[in-house]
Write a protein that binds this ligand. Structure first.
Ligand SMILES: [Zn+2]
Length: 175
């Protein structure tokens, strides 16, 4: 014997689907659909709809994440090239602003691995810029000077990584 009528079952179905129905309602609907063929079909349709929607949402999130990563990577490479080309020139104080941003972008891309990935990237790129003569201020820098500049930038980069990492951690906790 059914506790609820088909009409009540149909009214409750959307609530059950959205996960906002009370436990009693969910039980009543489940009991009803085991005995009522017509409502069972409705119920199964609703459930498959949910199952189809979930992967789509995940796909969209995945796409968005990939886009953010690609955008961050482009911005990071631009920042690295621009910032390092200023080394030992008069405008090099801009790097105290650029390097923390590079660190934050590095965190978006590499998470905590950015702690060593970004300094390594800076070292490689600064050597390359020096080798190709792209630096604005100075002619050829000795390797010791490159190491020194990358060391100074690394401090600023790590600050950016730390801030981005802590913000990410706080945001995740809040959710
Ligand atoms: Zn029914």
């Amino acid at each position: 014997m059914n506790r609820i009528s088909c009409d009540i079952c149909k009214d409750l179905l959307p609530l059950v689907k959205d996960g906002i129905a009370s436990e009693d309602s969910v039980r009543a609907v489940k009991e009803h659909v085991t005995e009522c063929e017509a409502c069972r079909k409705l119920y199964e349709n609703e459930i498959t709809e949910i199952n189809e929607e979930t992967p789509n949402l995940e796909q969209e999130l995945g796409k968005l994440k990939r886009r953010i990563q690609i955008f961050s990577t482009m911005l990071l490479m631009f920042g690295v090239l621009f910032g390092l080309s200023l080394t030992a020139s008069e405008e090099m104080f801009y790097n105290s602003l650029i390097m923390p941003v590079i660190g934050a972008l590095g965190y978006v891309i590499f998470r905590w691995q950015a702690v060593y990935q970004i300094p390594l990237l800076l070292l490689i790129m600064q050597s390359l810029i020096n080798f190709l003569g792209l630096a604005r201020g100075m002619e050829y820098m000795p390797f010791v000077a490159i190491l020194m500049w990358v060391g100074i930038y690394t401090i600023f980069v790590e600050i950016g990584i730390l801030v981005a990492g802590l913000l990410h951690f706080a945001f995740r906790k809040e959710r």
